[in-house]
Design a protein around this ligand. Structure first.
Ligand SMILES: [Fe+2]
Ligand SMILES: [Fe+2]
Length: 403
């Protein structure tokens, strides 16, 4: 089926330029062009679009207003900003209204790649209800203790950026958000960044301050909404998996950048659980409670209820936000690594192994009994004799209380 893509810009030359530049995509995309926000909304009324690519600064309805409206009316539409303005004001609007940011001038390949990848990710989630839920998310709740710590550091007389980075790197939601920002082409960084501390260094104190204190994209968890779902446990588990995955990457001599990918992928691997618990709290609480009684793996129960699991849901959000592919892949296939086309020891393998060994060792506390190690895959990769070595490294990290 052809993808429907709508481009919005008040400058007719820009629209004509896009039309010319993307002519080769006519077989794959149904493209339409609108000269402003009002016209765009009128066009969307007929048949909604899969993707909207909009300029930010436009007379009348601004890009931010348009994208906000699109998010409200058509939550599953992917929202991309294509803008030539790089004021701080815009980058802060970006984080609450769009999924990705592209800087003008933008070449055809980047636009094609961004739109196609966003659409491919949408295919991962077949449920219209869930893709709507996920596309609507602009931020996720942080662990209250970490959130308070960030505020304290930022409000102190001489806040240390390094300290801010270290606290953010302990939090699933804040890490995902700073990585979305830093990897947007607004910052024009050639390589993708997957280390949250590095991301914070790059953003600088002023932007981080604005994010936390004025735009408030980092919200704290409302415990009244989700009583049963034990978020402290999820955080502990995620942080530990990040550390074990990084350790395994180092043991298998992956590059430093891949070890960073491994850590972040581990930290974020269960972000889908956070999405479900925050967005559909009643349904999700029921699933978690049922699993406790029936000892069914959580992801199997999710599949029965939603037709998909927290792995795909998490990967969908991170992909929409433009996080590095290695991280998105690791999140998507962390329970079923054999389904990923990559057949080498990579960040995905480290997260799968870390998660499998963790569940093996913490069997009594675990809520995810099915998360076992795929030993057949390890044999295929010729790595089965490494398992005992990994197991003792994992024991060491768990024994040290995950320090
Ligand atoms: Fe999981
Ligand atoms: Fe997990």
């Amino acid at each position: 089926m052809k993808r429907r893509v709508l481009f919005v810009d008040d400058d007719p030359n820009v629209l004509q330029g896009l039309q010319r530049m993307l002519r080769s995509m006519r077989q794959e995309w149904d493209m339409d062009f609108a000269g402003g926000g009002e016209e765009a909304l009128r066009k969307m009324e007929g048949t909604p679009f899969d993707v909207v690519v909009s300029d930010m600064r436009m007379p009348g309805m601004s890009g931010a207003q348009l994208l906000q409206e699109v998010a409200r009316r058509y939550p599953s539409t992917v929202r991309i900003v294509l803008s030539g303005h790089s004021d701080r004001e815009y980058i802060l609007q970006l984080v609450t209204t769009s999924h990705q940011y592209l800087a003008k001038p933008c070449d055809a390949d980047t636009i094609k790649d961004t739109v196609n990848r966003a659409c491919a990710l949408r295919d991962l989630l077949t449920s219209e209800e869930l893709s709507g839920v996920v596309s609507r998310i602009d931020s996720l709740p942080s662990l209250p203790s970490l959130y308070t710590r960030i505020i304290q550091i930022l409000q102190s007389d001489d806040p240390s950026l390094q300290k801010v980075g270290e606290v953010i790197a302990e939090d699933i939601a804040m890490s995902a958000k700073v990585l979305q920002l830093v990897n947007s082409s607004y910052f024009g960084i050639a390589r993708r960044i997957s280390n949250p501390v590095q991301a914070v260094m790059f953003l600088g104190l002023e932007t981080v301050k604005a994010l936390v204190l004025s735009v408030q994209v980092f919200a704290t968890w409302d415990s009244r909404k989700v009583r049963q779902y034990d978020i402290e446990t999820l955080w502990q588990h995620s942080m530990t998996i990040g550390m074990i995955a990084k350790r395994l990457a180092e043991m298998e001599q992956l590059r430093t950048s891949e070890a960073d990918d491994a850590f972040t992928a581990g930290l974020l691997h269960d972000i889908g659980k956070l999405i479900l618990a925050a967005s559909l709290p009643d349904k999700y609480e029921q699933i978690v409670q049922d699993c406790r009684k029936s000892h069914l793996p959580v992801w199997v129960a999710e599949e029965q209820t939603f037709g998909t699991t927290h792995a795909e849901i998490g990967a969908y959000l991170l992909g929409l936000w433009g996080l590095p592919t290695a991280i998105v892949e690791a999140v998507a296939w962390h329970h079923r690594p054999a389904e990923c086309p990559a057949r080498t020891f990579c960040p995905l393998t480290t997260v799968h192994v870390a998660n499998g060994l963790w569940h093996e060792m913490r069997h009594s506390e675990c809520q995810d009994m099915g998360a076992l190690l795929d030993t057949t895959l390890m044999e295929d990769l010729g790595l089965q004799e490494r398992i005992p070595v990994w197991r003792s490294a994992c024991k060491q990290i768990l024994g040290s209380g995950g320090k």
